[in-house]
Design a protein around this ligand. Structure first.
Ligand code: MEV
Length: 424
């Protein structure tokens, strides 16, 4: 039996008590545990290596979602996020999923698409035919660019050719399909796309314009599935409420945008914590949601024959474990170690499970008590802190604001003054 992520009352502990548990769970060194706290900040040399014109680093809260069981193994999930309730909601959804065994996941091989745009082709259909006939030569040239990737079992696998109608006429668009293994893949794919461009011009007689990875990573999908027992989530009415909430998103793009945003609350938080590219994941998620021409939810909720709630997510997942911030950022490195993932696909699957949990939690709250109840306490804390509430008055000020349902800066200031006067 492995380590358990089911940690009763984790939220009630102090930050240092939580860190101790996390350190033990992830077999982290003291240095790695310190990196999780972010205290002391990044070594000043790191930001300067990561981006241009660096002046420092920007800290965000890092929380740990507990209770996750994924494919029979327990995980503690690092989440970097500024929004209150996200970590608590994910943990709570994961706790309720445990009764039916937690989350089950799968993924496709890590194949990314490199696009090459060719304009000015006289006979696009014939060019398509010629390109496909010369596929092996194109793939061979692509694979010469990255011997390391080939050694690791990856490489350019296939070619797709599309004729896309633009306003200035048709263009031939070549998709180079590249298995990028444990990388996010942008570097490998862009290098290959640039390298094969002259050959594609020779074959088609056209002019190559863009050579760049597509974030609509339809060949690199992660899936997660979970069943929530109706007794664990509040009964038949809650199951029906969540299904109605899903059907609302399925039928209406205005609701669907918020539905998918709730999914990304969880996914972005783990993606950021592991030093991955949140914009790539966001672009992939939303374009995948719209791939049929209609913007749709990334999750599906249904009732099982037993009347329980089954949830599924399918989402492009271009994440890496090598290169970029995943290697140079000490907190990202410690988060990856805490997750204990063996490869990028496993990380993608865990992220998908977190997205599903996050979505379930939001829909359950929306279909029952509403979203504000869960938000209130931490929101009140934020508001009180933002008007300079002294530490010793914080709990009292929050309690009063929550009980009055008036969580506003002006009210916080009044209460603080009141309490100070009374204590004088
Ligand atoms: C807030 O960050 C996310 C939610 O709006 C998601 C949803 O409405 O499903 C609560």
């Amino acid at each position: 039996m492995g380590r358990t992520s089911r940690i009763e009352g984790f939220y009630k502990l102090s930050m240092s008590e939580r860190l101790k548990i996390v350190k033990e769970f992830g077999d982290l060194t003291s240095e790695e545990a310190l990196a999780l706290t972010g205290f002391g900040g990044l070594d000043p040399s790191i930001p300067d290596k990561m981006i241009e014109n660096a002046v420092g680093s920007f800290a965000l809260p890092l929380g740990i979602a507990v209770n996750f069981t994924i494919n029979g193994r327990d995980y503690l999930i690092p989440m970097a996020v500024e929004e209150p309730s996200v970590v608590a909601a994910a943990s709570n959804a994961a706790k309720m999923a445990r009764d039916k065994g937690g989350f089950w996941t799968s993924s496709t091989p890590p194949v990314m698409i490199g696009q090459v745009q060719i304009t000015g082709v006289k006979d696009p259909s014939r060019a398509k035919h010629l390109l496909l006939a010369k596929k092996d030569a194109v793939l061979e040239l692509a694979n010469k660019q990255d011997p390391m990737l080939i050694k690791l079992g990856g490489g350019a696998r296939d070619l797709e050719v599309r004729v896309v109608q633009g306003q200035r006429g048709p263009m031939v668009v070549v998709h180079l399909l590249v298995d990028v293994r444990d990388a996010m893949g942008a570097n490998a794919v862009n290098t290959m796309a640039e390298a094969v461009a002259p050959m594609l011009e020779d074959i088609t007689g056209g002019q190559v314009r863009l050579r760049i990875l597509s974030n609509l990573a339809t060949h690199r999908l992660a899936r997660a599935h979970a069943v929530w027992a109706k007794e664990s989530i509040g009964g038949d009415e809650v199951v029906d409420g969540i299904i109605d909430a899903f059907l609302f998103a399925d039928a209406d793009p205005f609701r669907c945008a918020t539905h998918n945003k709730g999914i990304m609350n969880g996914i972005d938080a783990i993606i950021l914590a592991t030093g991955n590219d949140t914009r790539a994941i966001e672009a992939g998620a939303h374009s995948y949601a719209a791939r049929t021409g209609q913007y749709k939810p990334l999750t599906v909720f249904e009732k099982t024959p037993e009347g329980d709630l089954a949830g599924t997510i399918e989402i492009p997942m271009a994440v890496g474990l090598i290169g970029g911030a995943t290697k140079v950022h000490p907190t990202a490195r410690a988060c990856i170690k805490l997750l204990g993932v063996k490869g990028a696909s496993e990380l993608g699957e865990v992220a998908a499970a977190v997205g599903l949990a996050q979505n379930f939690a939001a829909l359950r709250a929306l279909a029952t008590v509403g979203i504000q109840k869960g938000h209130m306490k931490l929101h009140a804390k934020n508001i009180a802190a933002s008007v300079g509430c002294p530490e010793e008055l914080l709990d009292e000020v929050c309690e009063i604001m929550v009980s009055e349902k008036k969580i506003r800066m002006d009210r916080a200031q009044e209460i603080i003054e009141d309490l100070k006067n009374r204590k004088r």
